[in-house]
Ligand binder design. Structure first.
Ligand code: MN
Length: 295
């Protein structure tokens, strides 16, 4: 028997697609082709990853215009490049490298997401994640909310020799808390390792757990070598998993959360508990109940 949390599968989704004209993403889940259903990573419903990509300078808008969401949260992590956000509840902001922006759509919001206009005039690299976090049924029709969290507010853990650095966005990792407020228990963090450094992480038995490699190469459980844009899905067997740096420097993004164990119905930009609620969301959007779109 291995002493480690077993790897269920490792895959790289090479089916990239555009979101608007500004985000060229791989969707890791949901992903029926890889056996990841809508609830396999609950409370996380969708993971879109724009691996580092060079964009040409332009004076035009690069991204996606006003569109609705209901029933969940969109969380944007910028690693390189700047992303502008605006919504019809009056929130605006720029997500800079290291920042995150946590938008609780709940009962309904319209937002738009663009490369920040000034930086978009130059050639640049964009490296970002958008994660969709499901809301428990009790909060799906709550008021929308917006958390703009700057890089300097993240929880930070560094070993004395600097060989391991953990950035905590949400939850509690080795006693260090992340700044994001969440509606269900979850841990979201980034682990940076130098070559040869090892870190062993114990997540709760029942938490759905996976990681995405952002850069470099690492060994997982002294068993598999993973590299940029690989996603590792773990079984829920309660043991710790182990990371070891192989490249000079490497980073992984870890997601671990308590499953909501509620029915999921999802269509386009809406994530609800039943198909009737999806139809209602669509009708409300068509009837203008999400509010004005001139922002
Ligand atoms: Mn959106």
């Amino acid at each position: 028997m291995s002493n480690f949390r077993k790897i269920e599968k490792i895959f790289t989704n090479n089916q990239q697609h555009w979101v608007g004209n500004g985000f060229y993403v791989r969707t890791y889940f949901p992903n029926p082709a890889e056996g990841l259903s809508l609830d396999r990573m609950s409370p996380f419903v969708l993971l879109d990853y724009n691996a580092p990509r060079r964009f040409k300078g332009t004076n035009g808008q690069v991204g996606i215009g006003p569109h609705p969401h209901r029933g969940f949260e969109t969380v944007t992590f910028a690693f390189e490049g700047k992303i502008s956000h605006g919504d019809n509840k009056g929130h605006t902001g720029v997500i800079e490298p290291g920042d995150i922006q946590w938008m609780t759509a709940a009962r309904g919001i319209l937002h738009k997401e663009y490369h920040e206009a000034e930086s978009a005039k130059q050639d640049r690299v964009l490296h970002m994640i958008q994660l969709w976090v499901n809301l428990p049924a009790a909060y799906k029709m709550a008021d929308p909310n917006y958390q703009a969290i700057k890089a300097d507010r993240m929880g930070k853990i560094r070993t004395d020799d600097g060989g391991c650095e953990i950035t905590v966005y949400a939850g509690d990792v080795f006693g260090t808390k992340g700044p994001a407020t969440t509606f269900s228990p979850m841990n979201i963090y980034k682990v940076k390792l130098e070559s040869g450094k090892t870190l062993t992480i114990q997540e709760p038995v029942n938490y759905n757990t996976g990681l995405l490699v952002l850069s470099g190469e690492q060994s997982v459980n002294s068993e598999k070598t993973v590299k940029g844009a690989d996603f590792v899905l773990f079984e829920n067997n309660g043991k710790p998993f182990e990371l070891r740096g192989i490249s000079e420097s490497s980073e992984v993004f870890v997601l671990s959360g308590e499953p909501l164990n509620e029915p999921i119905a999802a269509m386009g930009p809406f994530v609800m508990n039943s198909y009737e609620e999806i139809l209602q969301a669509n009708a409300d959007f068509q009837n203008g109940a999400f509010g004005h779109s001139d922002f």
